[in-house]
Design a protein around this ligand. Structure first.
Ligand SMILES: *Cc1c(COP(=O)(O)O)cnc(C)c1O
Length: 351
């Protein structure tokens, strides 16, 4: 039986304008789900109008970054149904993130039923598949009102949503940096705390200032091996083979990454999950064998890369119109997510 969640609806529903989607993540749907954790259990679950939360400035979520999040999407199929894409994977990953920061895990019914009921209530905010999708942001953060450094006893779980169109319009220009690292062995690179984004901000900002779009992150120890591209998983196509860094513990196990690998293998495209050095990428480019590079993530799905700069060397990749692999797998993934081809993997969950 589904969790019974009390609902307070907005008094004057706003009009969604999904025809021309706003810039990514700037417009929020009418409602949000909130729940509180204290005395060892999640309580006070409710769905209510999207708006500010009343929080003390001393909460440890704010002071010490005890905060983790997820990102997933709901799509509208051609028959008008709304489907969530692989929400169980996000629930499991949220659990891993919570455990790593010693935050309480959100139960599966709270996550899944909460998600379904929230998206169902705000169904009119889900754009048609041609226009975009509904981006969903679940998050957990500590709300203990004291500044002692210790595991959280009280937490909030919130889910809010935003209608979105495309994320990156133009192919990306990436740059490596010798000065910073995104993640390191034993750190939090393989989970989704907000702090990872905070730690990467200056590097991303400097990349922007220097005319690039995102950082191509290399490993922290040697700055030799490729880890991620911006906040996406990195893929290269070299000599007809797709190569993506293996999940070494410093890389986020993207749901899009896994979906892309699965679909590519079904399309008989060879995929290798292994270490790949920036030197190998440069050598492949010089040999004329580097045909594609792209990033994967829920927000952008697939973002083509047009240029990589490393230590003064600039690699310009073939035009997107000449690419085979990324456009083909993107097309297939889009067909799956919008219910246009059979969902043989059980990736779709109907709202
Ligand atoms: C969220 C995230 C991704 C993408 O994960 P998806 O599940 O595909 O959205 C990739 N890299 C980092 C660092 C992330 O935080």
């Amino acid at each position: 039986m589904a969790l019974l969640i009390p609902v307070t609806t907005i008094s004057a529903p706003r009009r969604p304008t999904p025809i021309t989607p706003p810039p990514f993540g700037t417009t929020f749907s009418d409602h949000m789900l909130v729940a509180r954790y204290h005395d060892g259990s999640w309580t006070d679950v409710e769905i209510k109008p999207y708006g500010p939360l009343a929080l003390a400035p001393s909460i440890n979520g704010l002071q010490y970054g005890l905060a983790v999040f997820e990102g997933l999407k709901a799509f509208r199929t051609d028959t008008g149904d709304i489907v969530l894409f692989r929400p169980h994977d996000n629930w499991q990953r949220l659990g891993r993130s919570c455990r790593r920061l010693v935050l309480p895990e959100v139960s599966e019914p709270l996550f899944m039923d909460g998600l379904r009921q929230l998206v169902e209530l705000d169904a009119r905010w889900v754009p048609s598949s041609d226009e975009g999708s509904l981006y969903i942001r679940p998050c957990v953060f500590a709300v203990d009102e004291n500044i002692r450094v210790k595991p959280a006893e009280s937490c909030s779980f919130v889910i809010f949503t935003c209608p979105v169109g495309g994320y990156f319009a133009e192919p990306l220009k990436l740059v490596t940096t010798p000065r910073y690292a995104r993640a390191f062995p034993g750190g939090t690179g393989d989970i989704k705390p907000g702090g990872n984004y905070a730690a990467a901000m200056l590097a991303e900002h400097e990349a922007h200032t220097e005319g690039h779009d995102a950082v191509l992150w290399l490993d922290a120890a040697e700055h030799r091996y490729i880890e991620e591209c911006g906040v996406m998983n990195a893929f290269f196509v070299i000599d007809g083979r797709v190569i993506t860094p293996r999940l070494s513990g410093t890389i986020l196990a993207g749901v899009t990454r896994d979906s892309v690998i699965t679909l590519l293998r079904e399309m008989d495209v060879p995929v290798e999950e292994r270490s790949i050095s920036i030197a190998e990428v440069i050598a492949a480019h010089h040999a004329g064998k580097l045909t594609e590079c792209f990033g994967t993530g829920t927000a952008a799905t697939i973002a083509h890369v047009q240029r990589i700069t490393h230590d003064g060397v600039e690699l310009t990749l073939p035009a997107v119109t000449e690419r085979q692999v990324a456009p083909a797998v993107l097309k297939r993934l889009t067909l799956v997510r919008t219910g246009r081809i059979l969902d043989i993997h059980g990736w779709l969950v109907r709202v």
